[in-house]
Write a protein that binds this ligand. Structure first.
Ligand code: GLC
Length: 426
């Protein structure tokens, strides 16, 4: 496919999923606004419509909670096709939202869109408006999700990670009870192949946690210590650290000194603490189970995505070698779980498939560290996947089979972004 045709197709996907002030990830399966989907999709919008890109993030931030949290889903319009809906979450917001958060990539997105904006005046104005909100969200993380001040934040629900059913959570998640979860009807499996989705047993535990947090009135000063699930994810922390780094730089340039200094301090502390998650044997970072006080030996993409933050060059080089090793066991980079691991499942969501958004962030981190050997391969694989299988939610790293929802917003946004920012042989 010609690159301009690919871009035209991607723009069509984005405009089909555009609801005016926000986009849905894909019609049917995900009919609301998702947090990190919006931030990453804004990068795609910015390539052809800067005002629309700003609106996407503005809408997201308009639903920030008073304590600083930016929720993972905003239920703008009722839709029966999704479970669990607002009645299950019971957060009591005027426009209903969930009560958990998602990877805070908005800070990175705002800085990137600002820095390359054609409309500098608009970009300056929008960044000035948004940075204090994003900063408040970052501060919320270190207050509410790192009460001991370790420098690393914990996830309290697998959905916060954005990598919903990763192998990383299995052990910690098996300690989440299921008692008291009544009957419910999943909707996701009516829109997508159940073989590509999490299991029923996992869904019960997802809902148990929601009910637990709801019983605590969604009070974030209580949730962390009360949660039986507290996992530190290097990928998630890297996104937070990178956003703090970007906010520090941009705020500094805009003369917002307090935000710049505080963001720099958070990023520095986070980066230093990331070192405790490094695992030499696997040549990547690993998750950490805060309840058990031990690393989780699961070779997933979270520990590779860590390169998105300004990790030491030696770590970036080791991660690049790790990716080269993964390339020996799959056709398309980067699998969300090591294909040689017994837990690998090529079609099941975050237990093996390739996700373009993750590829983009990993490649960006490697470029920023100036460790570029694998970058062309990772970006090229994104294009090959779309060429072979279309704008799916995720793809099998061995067969390229398109999985999950079709016609996916952030997949399309990544293609637009990648084709505008990298050179490829036609
Ligand atoms: C799934 C993904 C999550 C994403 C959401 C909407 O829950 O795991 O990362 O934000 O779908 O696309």
């Amino acid at each position: 496919m010609k690159h301009e045709d690919m871009i035209a197709h991607a723009r069509q996907v984005m405009s089909d999923n555009d609801r005016g002030t926000y986009t849905v990830p894909t019609h049917g399966l995900y009919p609301f606004q998702w947090n990190w989907d919006s931030a990453l999709s804004a990068l795609g919008f910015a390539q052809f419509d800067e005002p629309r890109a700003w609106t996407e993030i503005e809408t997201l931030l308009a639903h920030q909670w008073e304590d600083g949290m930016v929720p993972h889903i905003i239920f703008h319009q009722p839709d029966d096709g999704y479970f669990p809906g607002p009645d299950v979450w019971g957060t009591g917001r005027e426009v209903p939202t969930t009560g958990i958060t998602q990877p805070p990539v908005a800070g990175f997105a705002v800085a990137r869109i600002h820095d390359r904006a054609r409309d500098k005046a608009l970009a300056g104005q929008k960044a000035r408006e948004m940075l204090p909100r994003i900063h408040a969200w970052h501060q919320w993380f270190y207050r509410a999700r790192d009460p001991q001040g370790t420098g690393l934040v914990a996830l309290l629900h697998p959905w916060e990670s954005g990598r919903d059913n990763s192998v990383d959570w299995d052990d910690a998640f098996s300690r989440v009870p299921t008692e008291g979860v009544g009957d419910f009807t999943r909707r996701d499996t009516t829109h997508a192949n159940p073989e590509h989705r999490p299991t029923d047993a996992q869904y019960k535990r997802y809902i148990w946690l929601v009910q637990k947090f709801r019983s605590l009135g969604w009070d974030n000063s209580k949730l962390h210590d009360a949660s039986p699930f507290q996992v530190v994810d290097p990928g998630f922390n890297a996104i937070l650290i990178r956003s703090c780094e970007e906010v520090a730089d941009l705020a500094g340039r805009l003369g917002m000194t307090d935000i710049a200094e505080q963001s720099r301090a958070m990023a520095d502390k986070g980066l230093a603490a990331m070192e405790t998650l490094w695992n030499d044997a696997l040549s990547q970072y690993l998750c950490y189970d805060r309840k058990l006080g031990q690393q989780i030996e699961s070779p997933s993409i979270g520990g590779i995505l860590a390169v998105f933050a300004g990790v030491p060059t030696a770590r970036a080089e080791a991660i690049s070698r790790r990716i080269a090793k993964l390339a020996e066991s799959c056709e398309y980079l980067i699998p969300s779980h090591d294909p040689t691991s017994p837990d690998f499942e090529g079609l099941r969501y975050w237990r093996g498939p390739v996700w373009l958004i993750v590829n983009y962030m990993v490649a960006d981190g490697l470029e920023r560290a100036d460790v570029t050997e694998m970058v062309g391969r990772i970006m090229g694989d994104c294009l090959r996947l779309i060429e072979v299988s279309g704008f799916a939610e995720y793809h099998d790293p061995i067969t390229a089979e398109p999985c999950g929802g079709a016609h996916f917003t952030w997949t399309a946004a990544m293609i637009i972004e990648i084709l505008h920012t990298h050179e490829f042989a036609a």
